[in-house]
Write a protein that binds this ligand. Structure first.
Ligand SMILES: C[S@@+](CC[C@H](N)C(=O)[O-])C[C@H]1O[C@@H](n2cnc3c(N)ncnc32)[C@H](O)[C@@H]1O
Length: 354
């Protein structure tokens, strides 16, 4: 064996063992490790954590292994004491703060639970079909081959899945909402009405309507989603199919919708959006919130986009797109120009003009 093959073995094993990362995260959430450190208010030693979590005495040596894994992947950080024999202490990191229920923090718990729970029974099976799907002409998606329906059809039949999916989407809205609020509303200036197409149960639309009250917000989504929407009247909800009709408004928003679809379907959606908005002179535009592949220098963002791309491919035959691919779609749908307004982490906000 050549020496570079020696090196390839751990790389191959790391790829095979990739599933152990989310399983370790699930264990951390099941035990409530991050919440425990958060409520303690300061870093904790292994023995403090073991006792606070009320684990059996015999399990203390095993807890060390999960802590080492969580620390290695940046979920926790460890500080070793200066004095000889001092026990190391474990503290939260920005990543673990995303899954602690502290006031004011972004709460990604519903999204993490959705991915872990739905992966087990639903996504994993779809991924097993990816090779077969690529070999065949006729099947729509690997998900479809595995389950004989789309994710949206499955959610419409399964109220538990529908609920966990919609809550997961709400939890990922927090970062977008924060960005638009901090931006001071430049995107919504002069706008009187906006339709959030595929807007779920309205978390983003509610943030827009609350912070920029001159914008009347409507959410269009499938009937099974709209049935679970809040009835506080801040946002108007319309149950429907974006391929049939999009209500008229100054602007249409598509937030994490187009990556669920192949190019042909995206063109149909974009053309329908173009029909629904007012002219550029009166502020008409389509606001797209998605990834722009390659626009982020950070290695984690690149990897996030790659993984999202595989997820979209497997579940929807959709895609994450780079700027050239976005531009080609906008031009084919008849738009005159576009502008990437802002990029935060792996998310970009793109304005597209008629
Ligand atoms: C990935 S989710 C994004 C939800 C929300 N925009 C967000 O960012 O949190 C995609 C949404 O598109 C909706 N959707 C799928 N097909 C649709 C259709 N034909 N018409 C309207 N909405 C649809 C789904 O129900 C879901 O709420």
């Amino acid at each position: 064996m050549e020496s570079n093959e020696y090196q390839a073995v751990p790389a191959l094993l790391n790829m095979i063992f990739g599933y152990i990362k989310p399983m370790s995260l699930k264990c951390a959430l099941d035990l409530g490790i991050a919440d425990q450190i958060s409520s303690h208010g300061q870093p904790m030693t292994l023995s403090q954590l073991h006792s606070a979590l009320s684990l059996p005495q015999s399990k203390e040596p095993y807890l060390r292994h999960i802590m080492r894994m969580l620390t290695h992947f940046g979920f926790l950080q460890v500080q070793t004491g200066d004095s000889v024999g001092a026990e190391p202490v474990y503290d939260l990191t920005p990543m673990s703060r995303l899954v602690t229920n502290r006031e004011g923090s972004f709460n990604y718990v519903p999204f993490v639970h959705f991915q872990l729970e739905v992966f087990k029974d639903v996504f994993h099976k779809a991924f097993l079909y990816m090779g077969d799907w690529l070999k065949q002409e006729d099947k729509e998606t690997p998900f479809d081959m595995a389950h004989s329906c789309s994710l949206w059809e499955m959610a419409s039949q399964n109220s538990g899945l529908n609920k966990i999916f919609n809550s997961a989407m709400v939890s990922t809205c927090s970062i977008f909402n924060d960005v638009i609020i901090k931006s001071g509303g430049e995107i919504f200036r002069g706008m009187k009405s906006l339709v959030d197409v595929g807007g779920g149960i309205g978390a983003a639309a509610k943030a827009i309507a609350t912070n920029f009250p001159h914008v009347e917000c409507t959410v269009l989504d499938l009937p099974h989603v709209v049935r679970g929407a809040p009835t506080d009247g801040i946002v108007k909800f319309v149950a429907g199919d974006m391929f049939n009709h999009i209500p008229m408004a100054d602007a249409v928003m598509l937030k994490f919708v187009l990556h669920n679809w192949g190019d042909e379907a995206c063109l149909e959606i974009l053309k329908k959006c173009k029909e629904a908005i007012s002219s550029t002179e009166t502020g008409g535009k389509v606001i797209i919130v998605e990834s722009v592949v390659g626009s982020h220098k950070a290695i984690e963002c690149e990897e996030t986009q790659l993984l999202f791309d595989m997820l979209m491919l497997t579940v929807h035959a959709g895609a994450e797109r780079d700027e050239h691919e976005w531009e080609a779609l906008f031009t084919s749908a008849g738009f005159s120009s576009y502008r990437i307004v802002r990029t935060v982490g792996y998310i970009s906000i793109i304005e597209v003009y008629p």
